[in-house]
Design a protein around this ligand. Structure first.
Ligand SMILES: [Zn+2]
Length: 184
């Protein structure tokens, strides 16, 4: 009896779990419905955006990245390619497929949406920089900015060689969302 009660309890928990999952989905559905009118009221820009953004995948910065683009009046009006490490992700010979994916996306963004500008957004305390370079740069912010600057500059040079028509902007974001523009 004791065993059977325990088992039954287990079943109920399972049902609660899936019901909770369903409610979550239903809530998401409502969210999407509420969002739709806002998105539709946006002026239709027939298949064209100015900017392709390359940023890191880091979850800590997604809100800040969107906030930064919004503050520059580019909300929902840019293409976005994400690679861990941003500039380093596109450059590292440890992940050649990532570089291929990056260059393909630049070409696709040009062909489909006629982008005029690439914004590369690296960020401080980047895990990909730690893994690929084998060192933690975050204790020395000046050095950290220098190293990011080197990879950002290298990527900019390569982009300008392959796509001289593209403007390239280089940014470094802190974990607090503050963005430094790197002139290299
Ligand atoms: Zn990162």
């Amino acid at each position: 009896m004791k065993h059977s009660t325990g088992h039954h309890h287990g079943c109920c928990q399972g049902e609660h779990g899936s019901r909770r999952g369903f409610l979550k989905l239903a809530t998401l559905g409502v969210g999407v419905t509420l969002m739709a009118p806002m998105m539709m009221s946006r002026p239709a820009r027939a298949g064209s955006v100015d900017t392709l953004l390359l940023s890191c995948m880091d979850y800590r910065l997604m809100g800040h990245v969107a906030g930064y683009m919004n503050a520059r009046n580019m909300q929902a009006n840019y293409d976005h390619v994400i690679l861990a490490g941003a500039s380093l992700g596109a450059l590292t010979d440890k992940k050649p497929a990532w570089g291929d994916a990056f260059w393909d996306h630049v070409a696709v963004a040009k062909d489909l949406h006629h982008i005029k500008r690439l914004i590369v957004m690296d960020h401080r305390d980047c895990g990909a920089y730690k893994v690929f370079l084998g060192m933690d740069l975050s204790p020395d912010p000046t050095r950290e900015a220098e190293v990011h600057g080197q990879y950002l500059a290298k990527l900019k040079t390569m982009v300008r060689e392959r796509h001289p028509d593209l403007e390239v902007e280089l940014l470094l974001m802190g974990l607090d969302g503050q963005v430094e523009k790197l002139a290299v």
